[in-house]
Structures are given as structure tokens and as C-alpha cells.
Design a protein around this ligand. Sequence first.
Ligand code: NAP
Length: 248
Amino acid sequence: MGTLNGKVALVTGASKGIGAGIARRLASDGARVVVNYASAEDAATALVADIEAVGGRAMAVRADVRSKTDVDALVAAALDHFGRLDIVVNNAGIYQFAKIEDTTEELYRQQFDLNVLGTLLVTGAAAPLLGEGSSIVNVSSFVTRVLPAESAIYTGTKGAIDAITGVLSRELGPRGIRVNSVNPGLIETEGTHANGVMGSDFQAWNEQQTPLGRIGQAADIASIVAFLVSADAGWVTGETMLGSGGMR
Ligand code: NAP
């Protein structure tokens, strides 16, 4: 009997990286999972097949979380297919460091639209469906504690997420809905490979500064999310929980 049996979870940006790890873990804990993706249909479909091959239930749904039309359709698809919604993980996000003098409107809009507007739209569409005992987890970042140079836009987006987490814990708490964030340290993902972080000085600096002596894997974050959405975390809301091997 899984800890999430009977629950339905929606994970945004679940075709890759941390989101895929979270979707896999919540499914193995018994949740039926909506695997959201933006472009990587093959990866999302393969993840659903993997989950179903070991007896889980999942479905892939394309939606750009920056679009209210797409988000409304995403939430409607979850309800149509699985009949309810209990868990929302706002994971879809993008990171691009830049010196402050290299700030552009494009860098700002790319990161704030996906990381912040996307989280607000998905949460807003899902909130009316969530009942007592439901839970929302926002994927923030350790950058809001570490404050790395040349990350003003990205760290700004995640600072907003930490604040939004606190606000929504107050706003939705009276309905028995918990809202927390997990703040990962550097994690090896398709995204950190694609943007050149893996193998860089930034990776070496992270390993050096991390008490546990390594960077993280998606499963390290998935297990924290699995705790935060479980009944064991029933007295936990409004938290920003570092998952960084002790780096702070
Ligand atoms: P990733 O490997 O680049 O994967 C990003 C995911 O987001 C993909 O599934 C992608 O879908 C999806 N996505 C992109 N644009 C989207 C959109 N407009 N609508 C819906 N989904 C969209 O990223 P990651 O490294 O796993 O990071 C995931 C989250 O963790 C982000 O919020 C990031 O800020 C946070 N985080 C990451 C690290 C790290 O070191 N990796 C550390 C701290 C926090 P498609 O592939 O279909 O486009």
C-alpha cells in the first residue's frame, strides 16, 4: 500500500530532470500522475510507459505553463482522466545566469514568465479543485540562500517563489491545503548538462562547498517532495526546505 494511493498528482515540466524524478517517485508511492511537458513529447511518453510498466498510472499532457489557455486545458485533462486532483508540483523552470550589465528584457521575460507566472497560473487553475489534505510543492532553489553573483534574474524568480509559497500557505491553509517549497542545490539534469554547468567551475565550487561532498541527483529532490506531499508532513506548511547536501 503506497503512501499516496488514491491521490492524483500533477507535475509540471516532468519530461526531464527533477520533474521526471518527482513524477516517477510519486507514481511509485501510489499516486496517479499527470506528466506535463512543453516540447519533449517522446520523453514524456517514455516516462509514462516506464511508470505503467511497473504497475503505476500516468498520462502525458502537453501544456506551456506560461499560457492560461494551456494551463486550464492541462488541469481539465487531469480532472477528466483521473477524476480528481490532490497534489500539484510546480517544477517547470529555466535558469540562465548573466552579469547585471547583460540584463535584457528577453532574459527577464523568459525566466519570470516560466518560473513565476507559470507557477501562479497552474496554482490558480488547480486551487479550486483541491480539497482538504491536498498539497502544493513549488520547486525553488538554494540560490535564494546562497545568492550567487551573476544570478539576479534567476535568483529573483526563486525569491518570488519562496514569498509566494508563504503567501499561499496562509491563503489556502484555512481550506486544509498545505503549500511548501523545496530548494534544491545543484542537481545533475538534462538542463544542467545542456547549459554547460556540468563539468564547469560552478560544479566544482558546489562540490567543494557542499558538506556532503557531491552535487545532487533528481531522486534526492523527489524523496523530499514525496515527504512534503505525504500525510507525514501534515503539520508542515509555508516551509522552504533546502535539499542541497548542506550547502547554504
Ligand atoms: P530541465 O532538465 O531543463 O527540465 C525542464 C523541464 O521543464 C522540462 O520537462 C521542460 O519540458 C519543462 N518546461 C520548459 N518550458 C516549459 C513550459 N513553458 N511549460 C511547461 N514545461 C516547460 O530542468 P531541471 O534542471 O530539472 O530543473 C527543474 C526545476 O528545478 C526548475 O524550476 C529549476 O529552476 C529548479 N532547480 C534546478 C536545479 C538544478 O541544478 N538542476 C537546482 C535548483 C532548482 P520540455 O522538455 O518538454 O520542453
